[in-house]
Design a protein around this ligand. Structure first.
Ligand code: PLP
Length: 429
């Protein structure tokens, strides 16, 4: 039962009238729920009710909230320094983090650029690819190929490779650079492709590769563009075509990285290494914003032997020590845990409890990979109503478009996960 709220209601009035929340209107905003604290897998509302978190705060909080080890790492680093510029200065938290990333990254990714958010790490990846081709004497290779229904962030470069419809490209037509979009892979994660099914993709490369620096994609899981899980064969084929056409492959592992799909990086499902890889989100266990762009020795050397002689990027908060210290502890917690067992158990339970929903008339498709469960509805979900329903059931699930999906913290137990899936079942049936 709700307690009497101690939350000043005028704060909510100000929030509604003055503060933009992600993808919302300021004239007709969606309702927002005030959260006062979070612990384990539970978010606490201002009236005392607790919600089991199905979203991991948008793929980030893999260890849950208020994690003693992460708190301690943050406090310890705070008592030394929370930030210091990275130009001409270095520090142990950043060095240790980059060492660990190089150690666990797909083969060949040895050089690390620390960025301050996922979108920025995508901008960095795109700039690396452009500088690479320029340094190779191919400045005309300055466009990108990508997959429809992709999502890579909201900054300009990242947005230009997001799905044109989802990203509302027509609104920004005069502003956004134009790139080359290929249809979404139609085969599911469990399915295989025959070589002849790639004829169209091969043609797409033949027609456009001479203008393209790189292919950018989300490996295996297309997230915010539609939560679609595709066949590893497709990823292998793109790797092969990039090699044949002198293009780099950029893998955006910002959502998939750090175990979410059952592998540390989703590229491992196809046993490929990209030339450039972006990570973010779960990197700090959801505590702070931090991202990284990794690349190969060859790409880094080529870039640095080019006209600029350097890589042309350097954000103010690059390598923030506080974020790096927390990321180090988060990676230590993850890698020293039995995360594969946990993610596999979540996957099995999600399959058991969500796949039967595929029989419901209102449901188009149900898919599960690792610790991600997706129910695709035939029609768009009424988000405010659905959210209200889920809150009344004691869970935090935020649908978008026609998708009701969860990706809980890995530390969730069977009972709490059952509460999440039961709420989905109740809403749908
Ligand atoms: N790339 C992918 C695959 C994402 O899912 C996201 C965020 O949802 C981003 C990039 C952008 O990251 P950020 O929101 O940290 O800028």
């Amino acid at each position: 039962m709700p307690n009497k709220s101690t939350f000043d209601p005028t704060l909510l009035d100000f929030d509604r009238d003055h503060i933009w929340h992600p993808y919302t209107s300021l004239t007709n905003p969606l309702p927002t729920y005030p959260i006062v604290s979070a612990e384990g897998v539970r978010l606490k509302l201002e009236d005392g009710r607790e919600l089991i978190d199905g979203m991991s705060s948008w793929w980030t909080a893999i260890h849950g909230y208020n994690v003693p080890e992460l708190n301690e790492a943050a406090n310890e680093q705070l008592s030394k320094m929370s930030h210091v510029m990275f130009g001409g200065i270095t520090h142990e938290p950043a060095i240790k983090l980059c060492q660990k990333l190089v150690e666990i990254a797909p083969k060949g990714l040895k050089k690390v650029f620390l960025a301050d958010s996922g979108s920025v790490s995508v901008e960095v990846a795109m700039k690396m690819a452009i500088q690479y081709q320029h340094a190779k004497g191919q400045p005309q290779k300055n466009k990108f190929m990508t997959i429809r229904n992709g999502y890579h962030g909201d900054t300009t470069g990242a947005m230009s490779v997001c799905d044109p419809e989802g990203g509302m490209h027509h609104l920004f037509a005069e502003f956004l650079p134009k790139h080359f979009f290929v249809d979404q892979p139609h085969k599911r994660f469990e399915e295989t492709y025959a070589q002849e099914e790639f004829a169209q993709l091969e043609q797409f490369f033949r027609l456009n590769a001479d203008k393209c620096a790189a292919f950018i994609l989300e490996p295996i899981v297309q997230g915010a563009g539609g939560m679609w899980f595709y066949s590893p064969d497709y990823l292998k084929k793109i790797r092969q075509l990039c090699d044949e056409h002198n293009m780099l492959l950029i893998a955006d592992e910002i959502a998939t990285g750090f175990g979410r799909t059952g592998k540390i990086f989703a590229c491992e499902h196809a046993d490929i290494s990209p030339d450039i890889m972006c990570v973010g989100k779960a990197l700090t266990g959801g505590y702070m914003t931090l991202a990284a762009t990794l690349t190969t020795q060859h790409a880094a050397e080529t870039i640095c032997n080019g006209e600029a002689g350097v890589f042309m990027h350097g954000p103010t908060f690059m390598g923030n020590p506080l974020a790096c210290a927390i990321a180090n502890k988060s990676l230590e917690l993850l890698l020293n845990s039995n995360w594969q067992v946990k993610v596999l158990a979540i996957e099995k339970q999600l399959k058991r409890e969500l796949i039967p929903l595929a029989n419901a008339l209102s449901v188009k498709d149900v898919r599960v990979i690792g610790a991600i469960g997706v129910v695709e509805m035939n029609d768009a979900v009424d988000v405010p109503n659905a959210q209200k329903f889920f809150v009344s059931k004691g869970v935090w699930i935020r649908p978008f478009r026609n998708l009701i999906y969860i990706m809980p913290p890995y530390v969730i137990d069977e009972q709490d996960l059952k509460v999440l899936t039961s709420a989905m079942v109740d809403y749908i049936s």
